[in-house]
Design a protein around this ligand. Structure first.
Ligand SMILES: [Zn+2]
Ligand SMILES: [Zn+2]
Length: 221
């Protein structure tokens, strides 16, 4: 059986957009809803989140939705969440295994923010700028993740992180002998929006009815 692809039409407020990722460029008909950059603020790692609405043009794509089950996405308006993990850390070779091996002379062009590079406080590499050419160290590079979400509920789920709640065994006392939390003071709790995720939702919920509805549902406790 041959399926004839239906000619897709796109909403007037969408245009051809492109985003660059580590695995090449993504091109799609969509619109930008918002970007949150929780900014470095002294931390060596931080996140940036970009949200788009787009129309899927992939005739064979099926994705799993928490509310709709398996969804054929062709022609459907979807959410595209692009997260970027930024870092200014570098490590010793065979240090923490969190970066890519780069000779120090290439650090200025491979690092996202070469002027702010910081040695990892755990493996404590020597100052990269004082090392001889050819010395290889592990450089953390930008990490892109792409999430395609069929509904606003799925989008909000992607923005949540495993939660923590005060340990009922020790009442949240850190460093004790509590076997339940092993001295951490907390145990896993219900997932909650990450801080940048919450800011993104606040930013976009007045631009997108479905996100507003998904973010304002009543949950029974
Ligand atoms: Zn390290
Ligand atoms: Zn405890």
């Amino acid at each position: 059986m041959t399926e004839i692809a239906v000619e897709l039409t796109f909403p007037d407020d969408m245009e051809l957009l492109e985003i660059k990722t580590s695995e090449g460029t993504l091109s799609f008909q969509g619109k930008h809803l918002g970007t949150v950059d929780n900014e470095r603020d002294g931390r060596p790692r931080w996140a940036e989140l970009e949200l788009y609405k787009y129309v899927s043009t992939d005739p064979g794509e099926v994705i799993e939705s928490r509310v709709l089950g398996n969804v054929k996405t062709y022609g459907r308006q979807m959410y595209l969440l692009h997260t970027m993990g930024h870092s200014v850390l570098y490590h010793k070779k065979n240090g923490c295994n969190k970066g890519v091996l780069v000779p120090v002379e290439d650090f200025p062009k491979r690092a996202e923010f070469p002027e702010y590079l910081e040695p990892c406080p755990e493996c404590r590499p020597p100052d990269w700028s004082k090392m001889e050419n050819g010395t290889v160290m592990e450089l953390e590079v930008i990490r892109h993740l792409i999430y395609k979400c069929a509904t606003a509920v799925d989008l909000l789920a992607e923005l949540r992180r495993p939660g923590k709640k005060s340990c009922p065994g020790c009442g949240g006392v850190r460093g004790g002998q509590c076997a339940r939390c092993r001295g951490k003071g907390w145990v896993p709790g219900p997932p909650t929006l990450s801080a940048p995720g919450a800011r993104l939702v606040e930013m976009v919920k007045f631009k997108d009815d479905d996100i507003r509805k998904a973010a304002s549902t009543t949950r029974k406790l």
